[in-house]
Structures are given as structure tokens and as C-alpha cells.
Ligand binder design. Structure first.
Ligand code: AKG
Length: 272
């Protein structure tokens, strides 16, 4: 999807950008069907703990699958959808490397949030604007069901992180929450946020489940970081002269399969 100059400038100034209706209804429906399959075959794992950072909670659920691509042809094809590379390339510059994918699913009433963190605290890159998440609202995301919150204009500040006792593996930081912006967005909308942007999600206090799928991208031309070297060598390069459409990384052509994957998943579904 071609972003406007104003949207690109906003991302570069604020460190985040919401784009409503990025995915079609059919695309979102296929994501929901595929997520349900992944839940049914037991691929999502409860990472929430009751506060000791180790023991999985029996009452709170933050269901994660990371990475998704090895378990799902649909989600493997998702970063190759042409509108993804186009928009991400405008935001972080080309060539774009697809770095990581994950989903967090919060069941109704028992879904817990993901505490504040900067992705750059996990994935160090030279310039915090040269990496971005593309977070998809698989269901309508509201304050009541714990939508994403971001802290604008803070992407250049490296906040101290510590182990998050409410998760079995995360780290967290403590930004000034009075600066936080809740990003309410309908299903199909996406939020781009730079690797430096502090973000968090909240508890799901509604009866219905809510999921967010996050794809993470970095610019391949950064020098001097272990991540950039690793990503360039091992992860799918989506744009530029080195892009192979997924052949180098997966052994088969993935580029060009997104629409067919959406149709395949919808055809396999019994949901009307
Ligand atoms: O959806 C969530 O709960 C958290 C998403 C997130 O923190 C991320 O993708 O980095």
C-alpha cells in the first residue's frame, strides 16, 4: 500500500502510524480462521505468569506463537503481500528484511496484556527508525479489550529494561504512562511502530477474544549490528536486488502466493 508523504513524515516524527483498513475483510477472515486452527492444534502457548516470571498462570492468558511462519503457509506468505513491502519500504527505507513474526491472542475476560517495552531492547539496531513492527488488529481493538498503547516521540530514548515477572520470557520498562496513546482501531487496521517506540497492550475486559499479529522488519543496509548481519544473511529480503521471493530462505517461491493462500484458507473454513 502506498502511504502518503504525510504518513511517512508522521511515522518519522512520532515513531508510530495507524493505518485503518490495511487488510480487506477477506484477508482478516482468513487470518482468524488460520489462528483458530493454530489454537486447535495447540501451537499457541500461555506466556502469562501470576507474577513469578516462571509458573504459567491458570487464570490469566496471553497466548503467543513466535515465530508463526514455520507453522502456517498463510502467515508465511503475509509479509510477502505486495502492500506490506511497499509500505514498510517507505517507512524504514529499502532493502527491507522480514525479521520476525508473532501473534498474541487474549481470550475474553482472562486475556492479559504485554507490559511496556521497546523492541530495540531485544533487537539492537543502529537507528531506532530503521526497524518497524506492523501490528495487525485481527479483531476490533479497543481500550476495553486491551488495544495497543504507544508513547509517541520517545523512540530515541533507550529506556532501562528489566525481567517482566508477569511473562515467562519478556522484559519490561517503565515509561511515563501519562504520555501513552491508546490506539483504537477496527479489525483490518494496522499500527506501525518503530523499534525504539515504547508500547504495551492491556487486559481484555470484554467477553470476546482479541488477537494482534505483529510482523517485524528492519532495513538491511544498517551496518555494525549483529542483528542486521544475521537478518541479511538468514532472513527473507523482501525488496531490492537480493530479494528472491522467499526461495533462498524457504526453498520455494513465497512471493505472489498471498492471495491464493487467503483463498485456500477461506475455502477450508466452515465459518460462513
Ligand atoms: O499484542 C501484544 O500483546 C504485544 C505486541 C508487542 O508487544 C509486539 O509485537 O512487540
Amino acid at each position: 500500500m502506498q502511504l502518503t508523504e504525510e504518513q511517512v513524515e508522521r511515522f518519522q516524527a512520532e515513531g508510530w502510524l495507524a493505518v485503518p483498513d490495511f487488510w480487506s475483510e477477506q484477508e482478516i477472515k482468513a487470518m482468524r480462521v488460520e489462528l483458530e486452527r493454530l489454537v486447535q492444534v495447540g501451537k499457541l502457548r500461555n506466556i502469562a505468569t501470576d507474577g513469578d516470571g516462571v509458573t504459567h498462570s491458570q487464570t490469566q492468558f496471553n497466548l503467543q506463537l513466535c515465530p508463526m511462519s514455520p507453522h502456517s503457509d498463510l502467515f508465511r506468505a503475509m509479509p510477502f503481500a505486495p502492500k506490506v513491502a511497499e509500505a514498510v519500504g517507505q517507512l524504514i527505507g529499502e532493502p527491507v528484511v522480514f525479521h520476525l513474526d508473532q501473534v498474541f491472542l487474549k481470550p475474553g475476560r482472562h486475556g492479559s496484556g504485554t507490559n511496556w517495552h521497546q523492541d530495540g531492547a531485544y533487537f539492537q539496531i543502529d537507528d531506532p527508525l530503521k526497524g518497524t513492527a506492523l501490528w495487525t488488529a485481527v479483531h476490533d481493538a479497543t481500550t476495553a479489550n486491551g488495544t495497543l498503547r504507544v508513547i509517541p516521540r520517545m523512540f530515541r530514548e533507550e529506556l532501562p529494561h528489566e525481567r517482566d515477572p508477569q511473562s515467562d520470557h519478556h522484559i519490561r520498562c517503565f515509561p511515563d504512562e501519562s504520555q501513552a496513546v491508546p490506539v483504537e482501531i477496527s479489525a483490518g487496521g494496522v499500527v506501525f511502530f518503530a523499534y525504539g517506540t515504547p508500547h504495551a497492550t492491556g487486559a481484555n475486559n470484554t467477553d470476546k477474544e482479541r488477537a494482534g499479529v505483529a510482523l517485524h522488519f528492519i532495513n538491511a543496509d544498517q551496518s555494525g549490528t549483529a542483528l542486521a548481519g544475521f537478518a541479511r544473511e538468514k532472513r527473507p529480503i523482501l525488496t531490492g536486488a537480493e530479494a528472491t521471493g522467499g526461495v533462498r530462505e524457504y526453498g520455494v517461491q513465497i512471493a505472489g502466493t498471498w492471495e491464493a493462500e487467503v483463498e485456500r484458507v477461506l475455502a477450508s473454513s466452515h465459518v460462513p
